[in-house]
Design a protein around this ligand. Structure first.
Ligand SMILES: Cc1cc2nc3c(=O)[nH]c(=O)nc-3n(C[C@H](O)[C@H](O)[C@H](O)COP(=O)(O)OP(=O)(O)OC[C@H]3O[C@@H](n4cnc5c(N)ncnc54)[C@H](O)[C@@H]3O)c2cc1C
Length: 377
């Protein structure tokens, strides 16, 4: 008898898990992969859209291109999850799988920052990235603030990338001389696990004339005065406020029996939740690792090993090691790489490789490999 594995969310985590199970144990599982969207988009593609490098249609990867053994994709919205009963209700039906994996990612709470919806622009959602592109196209120069509004957010490198891409974009349009760029973040340094990496990135920000304020946070925007109010007491005027909004788990997760303190607690070695047969991976968990695609992918690979061992009676899977490579675009079409390992040693470690054009190519190839594996191209 095949086991029914249901994966909620076809992002980094869900796609990787579905691919691995389909490749390794197609005769032992029926996989249902559910997502409310019709297509996947890499996080970094939102920056490409925002800065006018690519059209949204070019960076969307349609789920209907997936053709994998024992896998069914369903475009449905998850409406409720009862993990204790292993029950899922969507807008199209209700399910009771043998194994349930929640990979629903993180949502954004723009209302948590008063004034943001009226006077700022989040660019972390596909629609937000498109809006930000229009606003940037109309921008005639002035003060740009890139503000990180919460302590836990997707891709620690992204705010630095964004500030440097604003710099490049304004330079290309001849507006850099008449503009200032501020990067404001609650983190104490750009990449908190590595001072060496952080010093290198802070140096690059300085070289590009970007004013970097760490360890402080914008609490609200005043749409009348166009000033950002900070936790350190400052009030900074802006002409354009680009926001990395406060993150939260999707509403359906918060309303379920899985959430605790806003996220899903898991065993970071196996990603099992406290309910039998129920796992969670990626941005939706409170595992002690950053929110990043490469991390979600590694977590999904671990869950695949755990499930394969269970289904085949093979040796148990090694615990998740928290290792990943993270590419950071650091201006002038140069990309640096940060190799991190969060869980193998007593303290997390990171190795920084300075930005080069070659790593820019490597990042493109990294994305292309995922597209080929996940979407069967
Ligand atoms: C601007 C930006 C740049 C980034 N750059 C990088 C980078 O360079 N490298 C890197 O590793 N990471 C990067 N990231 C982070 C990366 O995109 C995320 O960490 C990663 O996508 C998390 O994977 P996930 O599987 O947990 O969630 P996601 O990939 O977000 O997938 C969750 C899925 O769940 C679906 N979903 C949610 N709610 C429902 C529901 N109720 N019903 C049905 N479906 C639902 C969503 O549609 C989505 O497809 C970046 C992110 C952003 C925003």
């Amino acid at each position: 008898m095949k086991k029914h594995v249901m994966i909620l969310g076809a992002g980094f985590g869900g796609l990787e898990l579905a691919t691995r199970l389909s490749q390794s144990v197609p005769d032992l599982v029926d996989i249902t992969l559910i997502d409310k969207s019709d297509s996947f988009m890499f996080g970094f593609s939102k920056l490409d859209v925002m800065f006018g490098r690519r059209q949204t249609s070019e960076v969307k990867h349609s789920y209907d291109k997936m053709d994998k053994a024992s896998l069914t994709f369903r475009q449905e919205t998850v409406l409720s999850i009862n993990a204790g009963a292993r029950q899922v209700v969507t807008d199209r039906g209700s399910y009771q799988p043998d194994i349930l994996v929640v990979a629903l990612g993180a949502d954004y709470d723009t209302a948590a920052t008063p004034g943001l919806d009226e006077d700022g622009y989040e660019f972390y959602s596909p629609a937000g990235a498109e809006r930000a592109r229009e606003v940037l196209e109309a921008f005639a120069g002035g003060t740009v603030i890139v503000g990180v509004l919460g302590g836990m957010f997707k891709c620690p490198g992204a705010p630095n990338e964004t500030a440097l891409m604003v710099d490049g974009y304004l330079s290309r349009r001849g507006l850099r001389e008449s503009s200032t760029i501020q990067l404001i973040s609650p983190l104490p340094m750009p990449i908190p696990i590595s001072k060496k990496t952080s010093d290198a990135i802070a140096g690059i920000l300085e070289d590009h004339g970007i004013v970097y304020s760490p360890s402080t946070r914008v609490t609200r925007l005043d749409p009348l005065t166009h000033k950002a109010h900070l936790t350190d007491g400052r009030e900074l005027p802006y002409d354009l406020f680009l926001a990395i909004p406060v993150h939260c788990a999707p509403e359906v997760v918060l309303a379920s029996d899985l959430a605790e303190d806003g996220w899903i607690p898991v065993d970071p070695a196996t990603f099992a939740t406290r309910y039998s047969g129920v796992y969670a991976v990626g941005d939706v968990t409170s595992a002690p690792v950053p929110r990043a695609g490469g991390i979600a992918e590694g977590e999904a690979a671990t869950v695949a090993e755990v499930l394969i061992a269970e289904l085949t009676g093979g040796p148990s899977a090694p615990p998740y090691d928290g290792a990943s490579a993270c590419y950071v675009e650091l201006g002038d079409d140069l990309v640096g790489r940060i190799d991190v390992n969060f869980l193998s040693y007593d303290t997390p470690v990171a190795k920084f490789t300075s930005p080069t054009h070659q790593l820019f190519e490597e990042k493109q190839a990294w994305g292309a490999t995922r597209v080929a594996r996940w979407f069967d191209r």
